[in-house]
Each structure stands twice: as structure tokens, then as C-alpha cells.
Write a protein that binds this ligand. Sequence first.
Ligand code: 5GP
Ligand code: ZN
Length: 112
Amino acid sequence: MEDCVFCKIIKGEIPSKKVYEDDEILAFYDINPIAKVHVLVIPKIHIESLLELKDEHKYLLFNIFEKINEVAEMVGVDKTGFRVISNVGKDAGQAVKHLHFHILGGETLPTR
Ligand code: 5GP
Ligand code: ZN
């Protein structure tokens, strides 16, 4: 996807502060953090949102969630707790149309 900011990050065309990378997953710090720790975990293939998930993504999705736990440990929030969010569409305020999971933590998060 040519004008997808996260595809550009994956290709290295836009710099990012990486936490973890393998063949299919990238984790990097959010440029505009809303919590003391704010990391994004994304698949390297362009999937627009959770709404676009297909059977063929089952294995990938499990791997992403496994990696979310590992990344939480890497950035030091696994013991204190963290929140995982994936915004889908307009009302959720999804700004980047490339599936991503926010990991938020490092402090007590607002309940609403
Ligand atoms: P959304 O609202 O789509 O769920 O979240 C998109 C997130 O991507 C936002 O939290 C925003 O700060 C982050 N973001 C947008 N552009 C960039 C960028 O170029 N680099 C990084 N590291 N994060 C970005
Ligand atoms: Zn993309």
C-alpha cells in the first residue's frame, strides 16, 4: 500500500523506534504516546483493520498476541499491567488503516 504510513515504517521509508521485529511482525513506539509506555504492534502485511481478518490470518493473529505479551515484557509493563486496543473505523478514531494493536501501560490508565 503506497500511502500507508505503517507500510512505509515497515519498509524503512519512515524512521521508527523499534522494540521488536521478525519476518511477519513489527513493534515500535508510538510517535504521540498517550501513556507512559505506548507501543504499536503490527503485522507486516497490509490488513486494513480487524474487520478484514480472514481464515488465512489465524496463525498470524495468534503470533501477534503471543508477541504482544513478549513486547509487554520487553518494555517492562507485564508485571504492572497493560491495555491492548485496536481501533476499527471512524467512531473508534482509527487514523491509520493498517491493522495495529496499541499496548498502553507504565502508569494507572483511565478506566474510561
Ligand atoms: P489509531 O488512531 O489509528 O488507532 O492509531 C494510530 C497511531 O499511530 C496513533 O497513536 C499515532 O500516534 C501513531 N502514528 C501515526 N503516524 C506515526 C508514525 O509515523 N510513527 C509512529 N511511531 N507512530 C505513528
Ligand atoms: Zn499498510
